[in-house]
Write a protein that binds this ligand. Structure first.
Ligand SMILES: [Zn+2]
Length: 219
């Protein structure tokens, strides 16, 4: 029998939507939190709202616009181009400590709503230089959150060791393949589902999808 309450860090993208389905299967009660930091596209927030409402999940939206003040970058400022990191450099979308801040606020919210479990879609496999998406960081933060609030939170990272193809498989195993494919927003240009096809996020998503569809055909 399912028990316990969970809070999913949720952006409306492929990864966090897959995590939301994962949590809904595992826990008795699930709520979601989205961070609003003046994303280049308001579409991201609208998409997250829409998905949460369709799945009947209580949705919290926290204003994190101070992030824009701290670290102007390609995701929040339209005058900077989104680029992949080259020669081991961080991508231009990098906001130092962003995940640390998001997960800390998620911890505070989880404490307030009485959720013991916190789920995040971070992943080390396509690690693109974000130190606060690494498994070791998540484990460290789990300890810190528990110490800071005298709680027994459990941070879950269902995608940590999955590549993009395996993330599509997980969505499929959860019966959410079509939902994730048609309703989530990953594209930097704010286009739902298959996206613009040109930006780094679209290319990564499409490649994983192609790989998964090829594997599925072979089975
Ligand atoms: Zn795109």
């Amino acid at each position: 029998m399912k028990k316990d309450k969970a809070l999913v860090v949720f952006s409306g993208g492929q990864d966090s939507t897959t995590c939301l389905f994962w949590a809904l299967e595992k826990f008795a009660e699930v709520e979601a939190v989205t961070f609003d930091y003046n994303q280049r596209h308001k579409a991201e927030i609208d998409c997250a709202k829409q998905i949460a409402s369709e799945l009947g999940v209580k949705h919290h939206i926290l204003d994190m616009s101070l992030l824009n003040q701290l670290a102007p970058n390609a995701l929040t400022r339209t005058d900077i181009e989104v680029k992949d990191g080259e020669n081991g450099e961080l991508p231009s979308t990098f906001v130092p400590g962003r995940n640390l801040l998001f997960l800390s606020f998620a911890g505070v919210l989880a404490s307030q709503i009485g959720a013991r479990h916190i789920i995040t879609g971070v992943c080390e496999t396509d690690f693109s230089g974000y130190p606060d998406c690494r498994d070791i960081f998540i484990k460290s933060l789990n300890v810190t959150l528990n110490l800071s609030m005298d709680k027994n939170f459990v941070l879950h990272t269902p995608l940590m060791w999955l590549n993009k193809e395996e993330t599509w498989k997980l969505a499929d195993d959860l019966g959410a393949f079509d939902f994730v494919r048609k309703k989530t927003l990953t594209c930097y240009n704010g286009i739902i589902a298959d996206g613009c096809g040109e930006c780094p996020a679209c290319k990564l998503r499409q490649k994983g999808l192609d790989d998964y569809l090829n594997t599925r055909k072979e089975l």
